[in-house]
Ligand binder design. Structure first.
Ligand SMILES: Cc1ncc(COP(=O)(O)O)c(C=O)c1O
Length: 551
């Protein structure tokens, strides 16, 4: 009897201890989330589900911030002038796009979501410039109306060297592998050269080839889970790692990502979670987040605030990565640097070199394909192995029909060899100073003309932010286009330059950029209410949404 009581008491104490420990771990995890919706992905999804659908008619479109009549009249006239210009200048490209819009969901989606949804129908109808291009030369894109536009799309980050260079790399690569042609029976010998070069660049022992950055990330996470025997991955709030469900929890993904923790970037609390939880297989880092830790690139459809966005503190971010690496090493967590975007763009050794960090695995993609689609994973040999000597049936499967496609491998070979030449190495000489100076000069001009726009940059990766709040910042993308500057569909949240922008080309872009902002200001879009404008606008937006939600 006494013995039984003792057993129950020990079990009870152990149980209470266990539960308290669980509660502490849960609390630690909650506290390591960033307080914004970017840090609370489930909540973000719930909030998104509540957002009511409504659109402004012509009467409200120009006056959602209660601007005086004189201002709304200027806006209306500016909008009408832009619409007339778009109708005339982009006529062919627009009508081609309208014809396929419903048959290409990507176009239907991007054309609807490039501005806040309330403004979208009128903007779609009036300010479409179309989605087609027929040529590229130097830093210029030509659309189907023969308009020449400066390319600030950067082909989503692929275009590092300028499109002419990729045309040459693809041709050179095709020649290298031409005798074998598009056969997938085995590997073209050029693969061995690519592997040798990638090992040297990454400082890692093994390489696998995939068809996109998304797949390279999938494989990295799968291998980390396989080798650690742990279930969860950690990503940082706001970071993009491709569109695979596990790395994209929350809005945009219909399936819950239950084995993903989204933690606050650059946070001691996140390090505590990493040091104490035993179920974390890997941490993914997208170094672009150095520009805007804990939030995604500011998008035109969401920008309202005049919050400063985008300054990079290289020393602080390097120190953070070093601490993160140390904690991961001690906790047996695989550190994956996702260099799909930053690889080759910041330094020959990518963000790892730029920020002085070493990783267990590195993913590459985009420019590495020499202009063709690719994803690459480099890793420590032990982590890259897909089977166990002592458990032959316990394998980690990964395939992909077009992995190591000869033409992609040929273009990659041409790219990597080019980067080893004197000209390739010289691309990075004074690179940081040059692009920082360009950004600073443009900011000085904007400031001297009292324009409320600023740029921030990480090398050639730029974003636009604003010094005042407004419901209309997204209009800038249409003024920029009218001045001959082509942005990708994500709009002014991300401008990407290629390294072949010489002084004259950059000066032309800066001139047009300032001209666009000047016109936008003259047309009244940046009118400010009295007092705390940010507060007034946020309050108005909340009231408007609530009104529509409640019918
Ligand atoms: C950091 C990062 N990882 C992964 C991806 C996904 O690459 P892909 O679009 O080739 O699938 C991207 C794409 O933008 C990226 O920027």
């Amino acid at each position: 009897m006494k013995h039984d009581r003792l057993v129950w008491s020990v079990l009870g104490t152990a149980g209470a201890w266990f539960l308290a420990d669980k509660a502490r771990a849960r609390l630690r995890l909650s506290r390591a989330k960033h307080p914004s919706l970017a840090g609370h992905v489930r909540m973000a999804k719930r909030v998104a589900a509540l957002v009511p659908s409504y659109a402004f008619d012509a009467a409200h479109f120009f006056a959602v911030d209660d601007a005086p009549r004189e201002v709304t009249a200027r806006r209306q006239a500016g909008f009408a002038a832009l619409a007339a210009l778009y109708r005339q200048r982009f006529a062919v490209t627009r009508s081609m796009t309208a014809e396929v819009r419903d048959a290409i969901p990507d176009i239907a989606f991007t054309s609807s979501y490039r501005v806040p949804f309330q403004f979208s129908p009128l903007v779609r109808e009036s300010l479409s410039a179309g989605n087609f291009y027929k040529a590229s030369r130097g830093v210029i894109l030509t659309d189907c109306d023969d308009n020449a536009l400066y390319d600030l799309t950067g082909s989503f980050g692929v275009n590092l060297l300028g499109t002419d260079a990729y045309r040459d790399l693809i041709a050179e690569g095709a020649q290298t592998v031409g005798d074998l042609g598009p056969t997938l029976a085995g590997l073209h010998p050029v693969v061995a050269d690519n592997v040798r070069r990638l090992k040297a660049i990454s400082g890692l022992d093994a390489v696998s080839f995939h068809m996109s950055g998304t797949e390279a990330v999938m494989q990295a996470v799968r291998l980390a889970r396989y080798h650690t025997g742990r279930s969860h991955l950690v990503r940082f709030a706001g970071a993009y790692h491709g569109w695979w469900g596990d790395v994209q929890p929350g809005i945009g993904n219909p399936v819950p990502a239950d084995r993903t923790y989204t933690l606050a970037d650059m946070s001691e609390r996140s390090l505590e979670v990493l040091a104490t939880r035993r179920n974390i297989a890997c941490v993914l880092v997208n170094p672009i987040q150095a520009m805007h830790p804990n939030s995604g690139a500011p998008g035109d459809s969401t920008l309202v605030s005049g919050r400063k966005n985008g300054g990079v503190d290289r020393t602080a971010y390097s120190a953070w990565l070093e601490r993160l690496g140390q904690v991961c090493r001690e906790a047996g967590i695989v550190l994956i640097m996702d260099e799909v975007f930053t690889g080759f763009r910041l330094a020959p050794g990518g963000a790892c070199e730029y920020f002085g960090v070493s990783a267990d695995m590195i993913t590459y993609g985009k420019t590495l394909g020499g202009g063709l689609p690719v994803g690459v994973l480099c890793g420590r040999a032990a982590l890259m192995k897909r089977f166990r000597e002592d458990r032959p049936a316990d394998i980690c499967f990964a395939r992909g029909t077009f992995n190591s496609h000869p033409y992609v491998m040929g273009a990659m070979d041409a790219f990597l060899r080019h980067m080893e030449t004197e000209a390739g190495r010289a691309l990075y000489d004074g690179f940081d100073a040059l692009w920082n100076t360009r950004a600073a000069d443009l900011n000085r001009r904007l400031e001297s003309e009292s324009l409320p726009v600023r740029v921030a940059n990480l090398g050639t990766i730029w974003l636009i932010h604003y010094t005042i709040p407004s419901r209309y910042h997204w209009m800038l993308q249409f003024y920029l286009r009218a001045e001959g500057l082509a942005l990708s569909w994500v709009g002014s949240g991300r401008l990407i330059f290629s390294l072949n922008y010489g002084e004259a080309e950059f000066a032309a872009v800066a001139e047009r950029f300032v001209a666009a902002a000047r016109k936008m200001q003259a047309d009244g879009w940046w009118w400010q209410p009295e007092g705390d404008a940010g507060r007034t606008l946020r309050k108005g937006l909340r009231r408007e949404m609530l009104g529509h939600l409640l019918g």
